[in-house]
Design a protein around this ligand. Structure first.
Ligand SMILES: [Zn+2]
Length: 417
């Protein structure tokens, strides 16, 4: 199946723009340069209102006729670090095109490819409107900061401050995250717990004089690995809940001194009938049980909070938490999305994210139907093999235009030729 002519016409510009933004290493908290490039492109395309908000998110709006639905297109500007350069065959920030027509580099799949496709979809929808077709609702483009940190720092600001300040709202949200072409409808919740044990320092030549906080952590670790981890619920769509330990720190952490503080980071994935408060309460019961058997045991548990600062200097205390979310498969927006993908020869199969994304905000906390979609390979995200085929870039752009037209009941395909 051939891409729509209108998409073919912008293909070279689309490739070049994707390469330009991949070449800017926009680690979390360092998104300023890429934000300005994305903003300039939206302005080039003549999008009605464009701005960078106080936290550093880029927003562009195509105004519709107030009948709705209003559509939020969302991506993130940040990428994870490249890791060890020796692992890369290509320069992670070189955006080279390989012999097979794939753009190589960090952020190509997650998600600068998808983000480019959204930018160009804005242009193509504007072109349709310029030809006299009314858009029943607004199309809002958004590229947020701080997605990879899993705290929804940028996304929360977008949804709670930036959009309401311009009296903008939305009925459905699309996330350009890599889904290997699936229509993704949710994920397990993800929360980072901090468990701390306390002890008493002593000279480590005489450890019996102190209380070793690391030793006090042993029954907690046993509980996580041998008991809690075996007993977690399974959700028919979102899968198995999980728990694991991702870090351990002892203080003071030096030779010759028994540590009096030990802290572990616990990654807990949860399903819809659980909450972070409930998970913390469960943990408190476990700690209570351990302390009954050991009067010296002193421990606490909480959700990790951090004071974050965006590149603009905006600061807020946030939790390491992506709330659980799931959208009904038979929701009309989901059905129309699948229909739109089938119209352009794609499968339109449904799926779910394994990791957490900013849909935790829109669907999880706000209850607004949210759909993840991009043809980029989800298994390449965060790896040294990360790439996006040019073919996928073109198909993504076509898909977003097709989806928006379907939601707006614009079926005159001549408009796109
Ligand atoms: Zn992502």
């Amino acid at each position: 199946m051939h891409a729509l002519k209108a998409v073919e016409a912008i293909k070279e510009d689309l490739i070049e723009f994707t390469q330009t933004i991949v070449k800017i290493p926009s680690l979390t908290g360092e998104e300023e340069k890429v934000a300005k490039v994305v903003l300039a492109k939206l302005q080039d395309f003549g999008v009605d209102e464009t701005w960078i908000d106080e936290i550093g998110n880029v927003i562009g709006v195509l105004r519709g006729q107030d009948r709705g639905p209003d559509i939020l297109l969302n991506g993130h500007l940040d990428v994870v670090p490249a890791g060890r350069l020796e692992s890369w065959r290509y320069d992670p920030f070189g955006a080279e095109i390989d012999a097979n027509g794939n753009i190589q580099g960090r952020g190509t799949a997650d998600m600068k490819g998808g983000l480019s496709a959204l930018v160009f979809a804005m242009k193509l929808i504007k072109d349709i409107r310029d030809r006299g077709v009314e858009l029943p609702g607004d199309v809002i483009f958004s590229a947020v900061v701080f997605e990879e940190a899993a705290e929804m720092f940028g996304m929360e600001y977008l949804c709670k401050k930036s959009l309401p300040s311009k009296e903008l709202s939305f009925d459905v949200c699309y996330l350009a995250e890599p889904t290997t072409g699936k229509v993704n409808l949710g994920h397990r919740g993800k929360v980072e717990l901090v468990v701390e044990t306390k002890g008493r320092t002593a000279h480590s030549s005489q450890p019996w004089r102190g209380i070793n906080a690391l030793e006090k952590m042993v029954p907690v670790l046993n509980q996580i690995f041998n008991k809690t981890g075996q007993e977690l619920p399974v959700h028919p769509d979102l899968g198995q809940c999980s728990i694991t330990v991702t870090n351990i720190v002892c203080k003071p952490g030096a030779l010759s001194i028994v540590p009096d503080e030990c802290e572990i980071s616990v990654d807990r994935r949860y399903v819809p009938d659980e909450t972070p408060d409930g998970i913390v309460a469960e943990f408190e019961e476990i700690l209570e049980e351990i302390s009954k058997a050991d009067p010296e045991f002193e421990a606490s548990v909480r959700v990790r909070t951090l004071l974050e600062k965006s590149y603009t200097g905006y600061m807020k205390e946030v939790q390491k938490h992506h709330p659980v979310w799931i959208v009904e498969r038979n929701h009309p927006f989901v059905q129309k999305t699948c229909q739109a993908l089938k119209r352009i020869g794609q499968q339109g199969d449904m799926g779910y994210f394994l990791g957490g994304v900013d849909g935790g905000m829109t669907a999880g906390l706000m209850g607004i139907p949210t759909i993840g979609y991009s043809g980029a390979d989800e298994n390449l995200a965060h790896t040294p093999e990360e790439n996006i085929p040019i073919k996928t870039l073109v198909e993504d752009t076509e898909a977003y235009v097709s989806i928006i037209c379907e939601l707006f009941d614009i079926h005159n395909r001549k408009l796109l030729r």
